[in-house]
Design a protein around this ligand. Structure first.
Ligand code: NAD
Ligand code: UFG
Length: 332
């Protein structure tokens, strides 16, 4: 297998995955509508890997352009990162999220079927686990119950669509990767998370506070039943996450495979602040604020299935992620 179409390839996780794919000899085409990324990411990819993907500015919702792309090119595999991911916005604008994430994926799958492309790796999320009895989440758990926002619902629905397509087409091969909380960036500091607009997630907010663009970080609740009272999450270095995708390619077979990509360890919000302060040598201004609606106190991956079946596990730490983030910030 040689040629991969990466949707959302100028985005945060897609761009880091392309670096790892190039290391492993793949050829890459990217489509992105540049809604949440910049075309200059392609220059960074080229600077780091010496190779530049062919780029098509296409919206997944534009069926005609998508169909033409698949008519003009043959792909052995699609890596599907493109999607909207702002949890809060998805509550305000649910139809935008269903249309873009679910509608876009349906278009993609139709093009794949019409042009005999049978393999897809999909960016799902730990959010599909919804509310569970246990904080340690494994792939055997029933998903889709107690998801608190439309963004999470779109991930669950897409997982179900992939399973249905697999039932109808015995040649179809899908890998669903459930990411936990991606952080950090390429160690060169050339490329990182650079969302358009106001970020929602902890790390990009910490970065904006460090740069003085946001006055202080609000820690959402310190009265949870956790060791320091703040929520625990499984923060995975984006380079480890990217390597998980390469490992998945080699194990694809007809049917749907599902893997958690996480470290297996919960880290609190206060521990994240401390790690950032230690790496930067500076205080990070923060205040304790109200709990954020929908936040679960504690969630982390059981990563053993990915280790057993893909031979993949995380190698980098939160400290590595903080060091790389600071390197990126210094380059901005
Ligand atoms: P990102 O926003 O940086 O990248 C997504 C890219 O998709 C962007 O470049 C955006 O412009 C593009 N895009 C969106 N809709 C499109 C459309 N209709 N047509 C073409 N391009 C489109 O996000 P990311 O953090 O790199 O996330 C990648 C994937 O991983 C997403 O599907 C996201 O839901 C999923 N995910 C992310 C996280 C996280 O915390 N970052 C966690 C779990 C899952
Ligand atoms: N947090 C703060 N202050 C902030 C932002 C976040 O204290 O300003 C806290 C949150 O309360 C939470 C932790 O930092 O405890 C992480 O919050 P994020 O918003 O970064 O991440 P979530 O775990 O809430 O959600 C993320 C993605 C979802 C994904 C989920 C599981 O945003 O898309 O991980 O993969 F579904």
């Amino acid at each position: 297998m040689k040629r991969i179409l990466v949707t959302g390839g100028t985005g945060y996780i897609g761009s880091h995955t392309i670096i790892e794919l190039y290391k492993n000899g793949y050829e890459i085409d990217v489509i992105d509508n540049l809604f949440n990324s910049k075309i200059t990411v392609l220059d960074k990819i080229e600077e780091i890997s010496g190779k530049r993907p062919s780029f098509y500015e296409i919206d997944l919702l534009d069926y005609e352009k998508m169909d033409k792309l698949f008519s003009d090119n043959h792909y052995d595999l699609v890596m599907h990162f493109a999607g909207l991911k702002a949890v809060g916005e998805s509550v305000e604008k649910p139809l935008k999220y269903y249309e873009n994430n679910v509608g876009g994926t349906v278009n993609l799958l139709k093009c794949m079927k019409d042009h005999d492309v049978h393999k897809i790796i999909f960016s799902s999320s730990a959010t599909v686990y919804g509310e569970q009895e246990k904080a340690k989440l494994d792939e055997s758990m029933i998903t889709g119950i107690g998801i608190t926002n439309p963004y999470g619902e779109t991930k669950h629905v897409i997982e179900e669509i992939l399973k249905d397509v697999s039932e109808s087409d015995k040649e179809f091969e899908a890998v669903i990767l459930r990411y936990f909380n991606p952080v950090g960036n390429h160690p060169s500091g050339l490329m990182g998370e650079d969302p358009n607009g106001i970020p929602n997630n902890l790390m990009p907010i910490i970065m904006k506070v460090a740069r003085g663009e946001i006055k202080e970080l609000s820690v959402f609740g310190d009265d949870y039943n956790t060791p320091d009272g703040t929520c625990l999450r499984d923060y995975i270095h984006v380079v480890d996450l990217a390597k998980g995708h390469v490992a998945a390619i080699n194990k694809m077979k007809p049917g749907v495979l599902i893997y958690n990509l996480g470290t297996g360890k919960g880290v609190s919000v206060l521990e994240m602040i401390k790690a950032f302060e230690e790496a930067s040598g500076k205080k990070l201004p923060y205040k304790i604020a109200e709990r954020r609606a929908g936040d679960l106190p504690e969630m982390y991956a059981d990563p053993t299935k990915a280790e057993r079946e893909l031979g993949w596990k995380t190698e980098l730490t939160v400290e590595d992620a903080m060091r790389d983030t600071i390197c990126y910030l210094n380059n901005l």
